[in-house]
Write a protein that binds this ligand. Structure first.
Ligand SMILES: *Cc1c(COP(=O)(O)O)cnc(C)c1O
Length: 369
């Protein structure tokens, strides 16, 4: 990168570190000369898309010469029915990540502050820094968001707060009463995003459904996605639910055709595919048990998770263990870039994948590295 070009970039972008995705399978197989590697690194659904979504994609192929419906009429109608809200309360995104960016672009100036937790989702610092705003990062309590600390960090310059529930990469969650009290305390000049990418996986009775809350909190944006339990990560489609006024503002910064026609059709079909969701949840809870038992047997610590991944605590630098897993054809996610150099995040896979991971992990931690 030439100094001259770098100096032309806006200040936020100059200091920005790009998002680090999990290592692609094909790259590992190429680099290590391995076949049949497995990837448990990006919290994708190991079953992939359901049959209904795939059929909807196929049916849509012949129409690809045309632009998609820029307002996502059919998908919004289906989401509105599902959630008991009006279509005007929905903002569709190219992944829910894009909705996070809409909120930042619609509300945050460089002189503003954005509050989020330590060890929270990597996209919050990205969108904050891209704008050149100041990130205020609050300490965790037992690896979970500490909403007391987050509330205390809010001042006159704060414009946006990100809450991940559950959080990635820790798998921790916030109860309905604590989250509701936090929202009640927020001053009127602050917008809050509650990021619920893993909503469908959580079976805790005290875990909130926050969508009805948008009627009471006009500054609240709840985000959900088709990338996780619906198995459509490659298509990029997610959404925000908010007051209609909030959605109006978010839609102003949205590009006209941000969600493609295959994604629109697949998401609508996936929403109706209760069976695929049920099978995915069943595989996940079985896999979570399999992994936690396996980790217990190995005497390894982990952070209890309600999502489709689990984060282990190796109690020492995780990088050599990550490398030893790679050499055995198993890709997991190192999270040193989340400030957790002793941890590895593992996505729950199919039973055989989980078994292979546990066997490789046993090798890795019992051999001298
Ligand atoms: C995976 C994930 C998302 C979803 O991203 P998409 O852009 O919808 O694929 C959002 N938030 C968190 C915390 C996530 O882990």
């Amino acid at each position: 990168m030439s100094r001259e070009l770098l100096s032309l970039a806006v200040p936020g972008v100059r200091g920005l570190k790009p998002y680090e995705p999990g290592k692609p399978l094909a790259e590992l197989e190429r680099e290590y000369g391995i076949k049949q590697a497995i990837k448990l690194a990006s919290n994708e659904n190991p079953l992939g898309p359901g049959a209904k979504a795939l059929a909807a994609i196929r049916a849509e192929l012949d129409g690809l010469g045309r632009y998609p419906d820029g307002n996502g009429f059919a998908l919004k109608a289906a989401l509105a029915r599902t959630h008991g809200i009006a279509p005007e309360q929905i903002t569709l995104g190219n992944g829910s990540n894009e909705v996070l960016e809409f909120v930042a672009r619609a509300f945050v100036l460089p002189e503003n502050e954005v509050v989020y937790s330590q060890h929270a989702f990597a996209v919050y610092p990205l969108v904050t820094q891209a704008i050149g705003a100041t990130a205020v990062v609050t300490p965790v309590r037992d690896w979970a968001h500490n909403l007391e600390a987050m509330a205390a960090a809010i001042n006159a310059r704060t414009r946006l707060v990100f809450v991940a529930n559950p959080n990635n990469p820790t798998g921790t969650w916030i109860t309905a009463d604590i989250l509701e009290r936090f929202l009640q305390r927020l001053p009127e000049h602050v917008v809050v995003v509650v990021d619920e990418a893993y909503y469908e996986y959580v079976s805790e009775p005290r875990y909130p459904n926050t969508i009805p809350w948008v009627a009471r909190f006009p500054n609240l944006v709840v985000t959900r996605t088709f990338s996780k339990v619906h198995g459509l990560a490659g298509l990029r489609v997610g959404y925000g639910v908010s007051s209609a006024q909030m959605a109006d503002l978010l839609n102003r910064v949205r590009e006209p055709f941000n969600v493609n026609s295959l994604a629109l059709a697949a998401a609508e079909a996936a929403l109706a595919d209760k069976q695929h969701v049920a099978e995915s949840l069943k595989m996940n809870s079985g896999g979570m048990q399999q992994l936690t038992r396996g980790l217990d047997d190995l005497g390894l610590a982990y952070i209890p998770s309600v999502a489709n991944f689990i984060t282990l605590d190796l109690g020492r630098p995780a990088a050599p263990v990550y490398q030893a897993l790679l050499r055995q054809g198993v890709i997991v996610r190192p999270i040193a870039n989340y400030g957790m150099p002793n941890h590895l995040r593992v996505t729950i896979g199919r039973p055989q994948e989980n078994e292979r991971f546990l066997a490789a992990l046993k090798n890795a931690v019992t051999s001298d590295l």
